[in-house]
Design a protein around this ligand. Sequence first.
Ligand SMILES: *Cc1c(COP(=O)(O)O)cnc(C)c1O
Length: 393
Amino acid sequence: MTNWQDMEKEYYMPTFTRIPVTLVKGEGLKVWDDNGKEYLDFVAGIAVNVLGHCHPALTQAICEQAGTLVHTSSLYYTIPQLKLAELLVKNSVLNKVFFCNSGAEANEGALKLARQYGKRKLNGANEIITTFNSFHGRTLMTLAATGQPKFQEPYKPMPGGFINVEYNNIEAIKKATTKKTCAIMLEPIQGEGGVNVADEDYFKKVRAWCDEKGILLILDEIQTGIGRTGPLFGYELYGVEPDIITLAKGLGGGFPIGVFMAKDAASVFEAGDHGSTFGGNPLACAAGYAVLKYILDNDVLSNAKKVGYHLAYKLEQMKTQFDFVTEVRGSGLLIAMQFDRDIAQDVLSACLSEGLLINKLKPNAIRFVPPLVVSRADVDEAMNILYKVLSNI
Ligand SMILES: *Cc1c(COP(=O)(O)O)cnc(C)c1O
């Protein structure tokens, strides 16, 4: 039998610290490795497979569109692109969309849009305020936006014009704002940076500040969007309306697609200002449409809220049972468990051998981001495994 893990060593750039499992098949909450071992998937491709694996609604949409029209470029009108654009706009507070192929690309586009806005409406203002421990992507521009020096270090010089401030601190934003500021970019909940939840009124204060200064509020909803935190979009948690949002991860349910969306007033791109060969192609958009339509038509958001609450409750229970569990935080189905010591890798490995996939968020924290169609029974099964694992730590 082929040793896939040796093959990776030989042919793939060693940038990923992979978990020693080769996954070959998935269905619903379950995935299987090449030895036929079954796992319950509470990672969902890092908050991506919102309908679980190989959901018939998504598989059918991809297959049908693959047999109809895959790619044309945006030189032409195509129907799936326009249908998805309409569905996104009608279910959000944003008015215009631009499709691309990943999260970083969505943020890259949003940042360009903000700079163009600065050029056209704010006397050339081009600085963008972002936060420490944010994560906005791996392109140079989005790395510069990402307030984590460890990701930037090898690739200096970084593109300029980004100012990092403390998250959840409105005074820091106020202090950093100058005549050169065109936008503030934030995650509704910092995902990769630790599932860090802001105070309830933080976003309201940031919104008010942006209004006062006439600058744009960009929300990076690549992780929080498409129901991950409970509501369809993270901004709904705080009752604020952003000027620009970005989406990717959950949108295609596993099919690569990203989008940035803007209010009419912030939608300043003109012909030639931005582009993409693949962005918005019929196949990706048919996938995105199928996922979003299924979520809306089947009240998947209620399920995510209800089961997310159950998951948080179960984790909180374990916090009272194990003294090394110090915190459970998050919203909806984006939840982290914090330990007082660096045991995340051990917990992950033990869960793996028991047939549960979880995500290591930090050396001392794990993350749960299961499909939004996860059931209470799935949660109970996963939590029984986790309980057993934590009991043996
Ligand atoms: C994952 C993520 C990104 C990057 O998305 P890619 O598709 O990996 O480029 C950007 N921002 C946030 C908040 C993310 O969670």
